[in-house]
Design a protein around this ligand. Structure first.
Ligand SMILES: C[S@@+](CC[C@H](N)C(=O)[O-])C[C@H]1O[C@@H](n2cnc3c(N)ncnc32)[C@H](O)[C@@H]1O
Length: 290
């Protein structure tokens, strides 16, 4: 099978892919689905002193905005967007496949409840904290400098975790462990310190939500077999594909934003082993193309 990149809404493609055909799924869905809640919800409460409208039996009522409720509506909408895609994701995984779900710290708890419902609580293996240190620091609370990645196995008793393939990291206090251990380094825990994609780096594609290759490299190497198939259906700049090309895995990427496809066409220029579906990459990479 060739690597595939689709320009399409992901749900329509997921439905066409065969069950139990994927070794590993990584997704980094956007919180803002682009659907704006236009409704402004209000409620009236009886208030004879400060009321701004007169109602039943001449009583005064005050108008209160239900901002909180609007938030819940918007969130239900987001979970409603994710749910059918996550159900498809589980169907597509091989019996020993797994899903990494990358999300903002404000949304992670709602998403975990949704994922527990789809995969089962026992299938939850880890919450990985990707910690970085970049940007301004609020003085009003602890500055939030992390993302969350939830890891679920289709079968919690049989899943891929290539311990030997995981890149080791330096000990914090190498003097305490002796020179041999210090030279070997240690295995990472569920807390991963890693910089964001540096502004002037070779890796930077210009796609605003691009994730670091180092994070995807670790996930792909630890949780998929050599030659296996990795799916990312919120592909963005194609970081998952780049990690697969480096590590000898095949990939299927899906995105519905033409800018993501343009960025991927540049990122994978010269790589013949990719089938583009619904998009012509030479549009982007041919200098004369309009
Ligand atoms: C946070 S970005 C992913 C960034 C990616 N991890 C990277 O390293 O570049 C989320 C992506 O999901 C895409 N997306 C949102 N809704 C989609 C849908 N229904 N079908 C396909 N792609 C979608 C957006 O266009 C965006 O590129």
């Amino acid at each position: 099978m060739a690597n595939q990149i689709y320009f399409a809404d992901n749900l329509s493609i997921l439905k066409t892919l065969p069950s139990e055909s994927i070794d590993l799924i990584y997704i980094d869905p956007p919180f803002n689905t682009g659907r704006v809640q236009a409704r402004t919800q209000i409620q009236t409460v009886r208030d004879e002193e400060n009321g701004d409208r007169v109602g039943f039996q001449g009583h005064s009522y005050r108008t209160v905005s239900l901002g909180e409720r609007a938030y819940h509506d918007q969130f239900d909408d987001y979970l409603g967007f994710l749910e059918p895609r996550l159900i498809e994701a589980r169907r597509l995984l091989k019996a020993n496949g797994s899903l990494y779900f990358h999300i903002d710290y404000r949304e992670v708890h709602y998403c975990k409840v949704l994922l527990d419902g789809i995969f089962g609580r026992d299938s939850f293996l880890n919450e990985i904290i990707w910690a970085y240190d970049y940007g301004g620091r609020t003085k009003k609370k602890w500055p939030a400098k992390h993302d969350n990645i939830l890891w679920y196995a289709k079968n919690p008793h049989d899943y891929i975790y290539n311990l030997e393939a995981i890149e080791r990291i330096p000990y914090m206090a190498p003097g305490l462990v002796g020179p041999e251990k210090a030279a070997r380094g240690k295995l990472p825990t569920d807390t991963w310190w890693h910089t964001i994609v540096p502004t002037n780096s070779h890796e930077k594609t210009g796609y605003p939500t691009q994730k670091p290759l180092g994070i995807l490299r670790r996930i792909v190497q630890a949780s998929s077999p050599q030659g296996g198939v990795v799916l990312d259906f919120f592909a963005g700049s194609g970081t998952t594909g780049a990690a697969c090309l480096e590590s000898g895995r095949q990939f299927i990427l899906i995105d519905d934003n033409p800018q993501a496809l343009q960025v991927m066409a540049k990122r994978f220029v010269g790589c013949d082993a990719i089938e583009w579906i619904g998009y012509d990459p030479t549009q982007t990479t041919t200098p004369d193309a309009g």
